[in-house]
Design a protein around this ligand. Structure first.
Ligand SMILES: [Zn+2]
Length: 183
């Protein structure tokens, strides 16, 4: 008797393992089969594509059962039942697509607001741009040289003051005198 027990235990354990695996496989199958329906509520692109495909499939199925009823392939009762089921499912799909569109609309509105905010900040920046455009004008004015003796403005390239006639030491002149001093 004690020699029979171990193999019996092993057999029971093996059976339990097989049953557990079967149960696991069954639940996995249920999960995999349930997945397309579960995707409906999310607004991922894949889910949207799935909904669009399902909508097309349902519309095709509705046409098919209508044809099958015309050709007498299915009874009026079956047709009514299938028709009601497909239409209910189609309503659900269309609602899900609509709610996703709502999400997309919100995203689009956020983008528009972001764009408007950018444009208004660009308008705020434009006065600075005008000041920048004026800046070169002040530069040309400052390029005039004031005489070191009488402080009268002279042309930048003037060698002598137009009022007192004394030589104006421009930068280029200073460079030349430096070179001369070195040599
Ligand atoms: Zn002068």
């Amino acid at each position: 008797m004690s020699q029979i027990l171990p193999p019996l235990f092993i057999a029971i354990a093996a059976l339990a393992l097989v049953l557990a695996l079967l149960a696991f496989w069954q639940s996995l199958r249920v999960l995999l089969l349930a997945e397309p329906g579960a995707l409906d509520e999310s607004s991922s692109p894949d889910a949207r594509l799935g909904l669009i495909n399902e909508k097309a499939t349902l519309l095709k199925a509705l046409k098919e059962i209508e044809q099958e009823r015309e050709f007498g392939k299915i009874s009026e009762q079956d047709y009514e039942a299938l028709n009601a089921r497909y239409r209910e499912r189609a309503r659900h799909v269309l609602r899900a697509l609509d709610s996703q569109l709502g999400d997309f609309r919100k995203q689009a509105e956020a983008l528009v607001e972001e764009q408007l905010a950018k444009e208004s900040s660009a308008e705020n920046a434009s006065p600075d741009a005008i000041v920048d455009q004026k800046a070169p004008a002040t530069d040309t004015h400052s390029s005039r040289v004031s005489c070191p003796f009488c402080q009268i403005d002279n042309e930048a390239d003037a060698a002598f003051c137009k009022k007192c006639g004394k030589p104006i030491a421009s930068e280029s002149d200073a460079d030349e005198s430096d070179v001369g001093g070195d040599a």
